[in-house]
Design a protein around this ligand. Structure first.
Ligand code: P6P
Length: 344
């Protein structure tokens, strides 16, 4: 019987960089540009991890006193993560334009700078209202290819970023929790890597993540219940009783940090909802920076994501910061929720 240590030595240690390069073989003719871009995001995740882990020790907790384009108070760690992502992506040489949830305008990489054919939309630090209470937060990113190569001559127009989620070539998230996990997909499979801080490497820990077709968890802010459409209230009530597909109540889990709620449900099975309500008629979450990238990951893991009537990945964006109702998670649960809540 192989010893535990022997088994450990026997297990192949796969770093994020190694995995990206190995996966590149699935794309004949790949130039390595996408691999370099993904590696740059991985490096940004390591640096943000360092700052998140020591945020309480240095003066980057708390608010800056500013509000972002979303009208939300900006924390110092938000600003740090945003500036770092802009710098790392800008210097990767693989990006010609980017958009951040923290910046109201599209950022075109100057034509004099080394640029590539990718457009990245990202939420640098999602759930940042949880930073000061040491709750889990995350980074979300989506990678599209520029639609018109001629657009790369000079200023890249924001229209190049206005692509549906189904056009994503890669997407993922980083979750800064009890450990830091980097999850990404190029559309066919989803893989998770846990940061080993002793060697500063992301190591493959969750190969080929598949989300259960049905879960036992629902995640929604029930404090908004009085503002929901009655059909939403009715659907949520069915999850609390025995008259549902499980034949028993679902468990309620809601951290208030999308990446944390999404990641738990992806691994265990479950459904996350941020529906529209009488106050937020388009919901609260952003299509380009949150819903589309996570929907791309979720579908690649066998799950589903809708806005209550249609597939998130089919939504044609009309505004860079547009919000969208989000129902995401286990495919059977999402189908039932959409049927219950969607337009008659
Ligand atoms: P509420 C965090 O501010 C966030 O954007 C997501 O991470 C999270 O899912 C949602 O908002 C929480 O919103 O209204 O429930 O506090």
């Amino acid at each position: 019987m192989a010893s535990e240590q022997g088994k450990a030595f026997g297990q192949r240690i796969v770093t994020l960089e190694r995995h990206i390069i190995d996966s590149q073989r699935d794309f004949p003719g790949a130039s390595g540009a996408f691999s370099q871009l993904l590696t740059s995001i991985g490096l940004a995740a390591k640096v943000i991890t360092r700052e998140v882990r020591r945020a309480g020790l240095v003066d980057i907790l708390g608010k800056t006193g500013d509000t972002n384009v979303q009208g939300e108070e900006v924390t110092k760690l938000d600003v740090y993560a945003h500036q770092l992502m802009v710098r790392m992506l800008g210097r990767s040489g693989q990006v010609c334009g980017m958009a951040s949830e923290e910046e109201d305008i599209f950022i075109s990489i100057p034509s004099g700078q080394s640029r590539g054919a990718y457009i990245v939309c990202f939420d640098p630090l999602d759930g940042s209202s949880n930073i000061d209470v040491n709750a889990t937060i995350g980074t979300i990113f989506g990678i599209w290819r520029v639609m018109h190569r001629e657009a790369m001559v000079g200023e890249v127009p924001v229209e190049e970023a206005m692509q549906p989620g189904r056009a994503l070539v890669g997407a993922g998230y980083v979750i800064y929790g009890s450990s830091t996990i980097f999850v990404y997909t190029t559309g066919s499979s989803v893989h998770g890597f846990t940061l080993d801080p002793t060697i500063g490497e992301f190591l493959l820990s969750h190969p080929n993540i598949r989300t259960p077709a049905r879960g036992g968890i629902y995640s929604v802010n029930e404090g908004n219940a009085s503002k929901w459409d009655p059909r939403v209230r009715e659907y949520i009530e069915t999850l609390k009783g025995d008259e549902n597909a499980r034949g028993k109540p679902y468990s309620a889990r809601y951290i208030g940090s999308l990446v944390a709620d999404f990641h738990r449900n992806l691994l265990k099975g479950g459904i996350f909802l941020y529906p529209a309500d009488v106050k937020n008629k388009q919901g609260k979450l952003r299509l380009m920076f949150e819903a589309a990238p996570l929907a791309f990951v979720c579908e690649a893991a066998g799950g589903a994501a809708t806005d209550g009537t249609q597939r998130i990945l089919d939504l044609e964006p009309e505004d860079l910061h547009q919000r969208v109702p989000l129902i995401i998670g286990s495919a059977d649960d999402v189908a039932e929720a959409t049927a219950a809540i969607g337009e008659p």
